[in-house]
Each structure stands twice: as C-alpha cells, then as structure tokens.
Design a protein around this ligand. Structure first.
Ligand SMILES: Nc1nc2c(ncn2[C@@H]2O[C@H](COP(=O)(O)OP(=O)(O)OP(=O)(O)O)[C@@H](O)[C@H]2O)c(=O)[nH]1
Ligand SMILES: [Mg+2]
Length: 440
C-alpha cells in the first residue's frame, strides 16, 4: 500500500524534519540540509530535475523570508511550507462524483485497464452504487475470461461476448443488458501505440458509450514518459483523467506523478497492487500528508465510514487520551473490520515507527483472546485498568481460561494504545490544519 515514492521521500524527509526539532527560527544551514534530502529523494524517484530545483528554491526562499506564524515552532513552519509546495507540484486531483455514470478505460497494452476496471467496480460498489462492467476488448483472446473472473471476485455484474469481433456492437448490447446498473465501466482493448485505425475504434466506442468519463490508464514504470502518453491520448480522443497503475512496483512513481501535473489532465486514481482493493482516489493533500508522516487520518476516516456502522467507532473518542479497556474492547471489534492493524497504524500521524514491532502484529486470534479476557473483568477493571494488580491478573486469567502472560499482554496493549492516541492528539499544528481542511 505504501508506495515506493513515499518510502523514498517519506523516510528522509521525516528524518531531516526531526532534526529541526527544538530549534528557534530555522537557519539557512537547516534549510540547506533539508533541501538536500528532498532533492536526493525526489531525483531517486525520477522526478524532473528542473522541477526539483524550482521546488527547493521556493522552499528555501519561503523558509528564510516568511516569519513563522505566531506560536508555531520552526519545525511546524517548515512542515507547512514543504507541505504546501509539495501539494503544488503533484498537482490537483480530480473530483470523483458518486453518481450514475458511464466510464470508459483506454490505454496502451498491458497498462492495467482490465485490472483497473475491476478495481473501479469495487470502488463504486463500496459507495453503494450498482455497478457493471462491459468487456469491449474483442482483440485479445483472454480478455473476456480475465475480466469475467475479476468481476466474479468483486461481485459485480459483467457483460461480454466471447465470440464477437465487433467491439461497438458488444458495447451497445452491454449497455442495454446493464441498463439497471448505475455505474457502467467499459474495458477496451490495449493499444499497441496510437495508430489511426485504433483511434477510430476508440472514438466509435466512445460515441456508443457516450462516456461521462474517459480515463487513460498508464503504467507508472514508464516514469516521465507518462507525460507524452497523456498528451497524445488527450489530443486524440480527449480524456477526463489519468489512472496511474503499478505505483507499488517502481521507483519512477515520482516521475509519473509529477509528469501528469505538467499536462492538461489530472490524476484521478492510483493503483498500487494487483488486488482490487489496492486502489485509491488520488488526493494530493492526503498523499503529501502521508509523505510528511502526518498520517492519513482522512483516509482512515473514509475507510471507517465505509466499513463500519457510524456508532461502531468514534474516532474522536479514540483520540482522547483517557482510553479505558472498554474503549479497547470496542476498538478491537472495529479494527478487525478496518483491516490489518499495521496498515491502519501506518496511516496514523505517529506512524508505526514509534511502536514496538511486535505490538502491531496483533492477529485476529489474539484480538479474540483479548476480548475473552475482558469478558472476565469487572466493570471497575474495564473502566480503571490501573486497579488490576497481580492477584486480579491471576483471577482474570483463571476466569477466562487464559494465562497470566496473556492478561499482562492485554494490559500492555492497552497502555500502548493509550499512548498512541495521546500522541495523535499532541500533533498540534499539522493535525489541526488537516482536520480543518477536511472539515472536522
Ligand atoms: N503490481 C501491480 N500490478 C498491476 C497493477 N495493475 C495491473 N497490474 C498487473 O499488470 C498486468 C496487466 O494488467 P491488465 O489489467 O491485464 O492490463 P490491460 O491494460 O488490461 O492489458 P491489455 O488488455 O492486454 O492491454 C497484470 O498482470 C496485472 O495484474 C498494479 O497497480 N500493480
Ligand atoms: Mg485488458
């Protein structure tokens, strides 16, 4: 999930930003060092040299010229500047409306269209829209069964005609067949390059679909080449947005991301794996927040909203420092629904690096055990875990059919969560800024 660009830039940025901690007004030397780190990381990710130079020049100028806002430390000030400037260079994302629509996917051979069709179907299905996918790839023999299989996994409707050679007629029939669905996604055949007869077919399909949105699917591993492709397709048929795939497998992601920002189009989604969940809306704000180690609260909130009943988990209370075991109990239930703990933690502002490694390897079985242990506790113990001494530990272990070690492990886990939530709250400036941005 955490893509390579983030790893490159994130790690070194966090380190150099940490070095600024505790100092007064930022010095020229600090800015220089930070900029060196930024340059190294971005160039490694294939971001354009001129762009990197311009970015670090702006950061330097602003860091030295602008006075930190009242009350902000040098570190908070520089984080804000870097954040603004980075959001600037990756460009704006596009609005992804959650409404009835027809979507068409185009792109070069092997760029990830078919995989993305299933990912998009899953995405809109999760938003509560009835979704169907049409296979308009009548060129590649395996295309039909590949897409059909993926749709089966995602559990969305599928339309295709295995024997047909006429993509336009398949699309016509498919739209009729799927007229009860709200989102229809058309997967087209891969283009070897932009040859004129293929452009004609693409145009014909587009006309038939009357696509509300045509997305160009591009493989991130071509790095800066993304720009040329995006412009060529845009000139040929007009595209509404770019979907960059395979950001998990390449260090060139930085090149791909920034190259699109130089074109007339915008990045709509990014794919970061072969699985249908490994896909997200491209949101520059949250992208950069993650880079700077501010965590991705917004995404976590979204995910929580998608998968949980609203009453299930209250993020606000999760972030309160006074976490009881009852909260932990509820959290454990919620968290299992949200996904692997390690992944959730990586989205939180503190990141996983501040926690002991084994603390995150809480398996489902262990969570289950924790809950059984808590069932053997009294209300008082759940509310005020500090009253639990060694004799109570013994009693609880016996009562729940577990061991003292396991009870102690739970108590340790509670302490850790409590600290984590407190830390999250303590991230003053960036957190507040983010929350404001996201209307919370
Ligand atoms: N690692 C990774 N692999 C991906 C991603 N998206 C697609 N793939 C893989 O890339 C390969 C090609 O994907 P397809 O979806 O078949 O590409 P396509 O554009 O439909 O290909 P054609 O129909 O032949 O033009 C497959 O092996 C996919 O599993 C991604 O985000 N990350
Ligand atoms: Mg395909």
């Amino acid at each position: 999930m955490i893509i390579l660009v983030l790893d490159n830039l994130g790690g070194s940025l966090k380190k150099s930003i940490r070095n600024i901690v505790g100092k007064g007004r930022i010095s020229e030397k600090d800015v220089k060092e930070l900029n060196k780190e930024i340059q190294r990381a971005l160039l490694k990710s294939d971001v354009d040299v001129r762009m990197v130079k311009a970015l670090t020049d702006r950061i330097k100028k602003r860091a030295l010229d602008e006075k930190p806002p009242k009350g902000a430390s040098a570190r908070e000030h520089i984080i804000n500047i870097v954040y603004d400037e980075l959001v600037n260079i990756v460009g704006k994302g596009t609005e992804i409306p959650v409404e009835e629509q027809d979507i068409m996917l185009v792109g070069l051979q092997g760029s990830g269209k078919t995989t993305t069709a299933a990912k998009l179907a899953y995405y809109f299905k999760n938003k509560g829209l009835k979704t169907g996918v049409i296979c308009a790839d009548t060129h590649r023999p395996g295309a039909y069964s590949q897409l059909k299989k993926l749709c089966g996994e995602v559990n969305c409707l599928f339309y295709g005609e295995q024997e047909s050679e006429d993509a336009v007629s398949v699309v016509k029939n498919g739209l009729k067949e799927l007229n009860k669905t709200e989102v229809r996604i058309v997967d087209t055949a891969g283009r070897h390059s932009l040859e004129s007869d293929l452009i004609t077919e693409m145009e014909e399909i587009e006309e038939t679909v009357g696509a509300d949105r045509t997305y160009l699917v591009i493989d991130a591993s071509i790095g800066k080449g993304v720009k040329k492709q995006a412009n060529a397709f845009n000139d040929a048929i007009g595209i509404d947005g770019v979907i960059i795939t395979k950001l998990d497998g390449t260090a060139k992601g930085g090149g791909a991301l920034t190259a699109v920002s130089e074109t007339d189009t915008k990045i709509a989604f990014i794919g970061s794996g072969e699985k249908y969940e490994e896909f997200e809306e491209f949101d520059p704000d949250s992208f950069i927040s993650r880079l700077l180690g501010m965590g991705d609260i917004q995404k976590l909130m979204h995910r929580a909203e998608e998968r949980l009943d609203p009453e299930d988990m209250d993020m606000e209370s999760m972030m309160k420092g006074d976490l009881t075991l009852k909260d932990v109990y509820q959290q454990l239930e919620s968290i299992t629904k949200l996904g692997p703990l390690k992944q959730i933690m990586s989205m939180l502002p503190t990141g996983p690096q501040k926690l002991p490694d084994d603390a995150l390897d809480i398996t489902k079985e262990k969570m289950e055990k924790f809950r059984i242990i808590m069932d053997s506790m009294t209300d008082e113990e759940l509310e005020k875990p500090q009253v639990i001494g060694s004799s109570r530990v013994k009693r609880i272990a016996r009562g729940s059919g577990t061991s003292r070690e396991e009870v102690n492990e739970l108590l340790k886990y509670h302490k850790m969560m409590k600290k984590l939530m407190k830390n999250m709250r303590g991230k003053r400036l960036p957190m507040n800024k983010m929350m404001k941005k996201f209307g919370r």
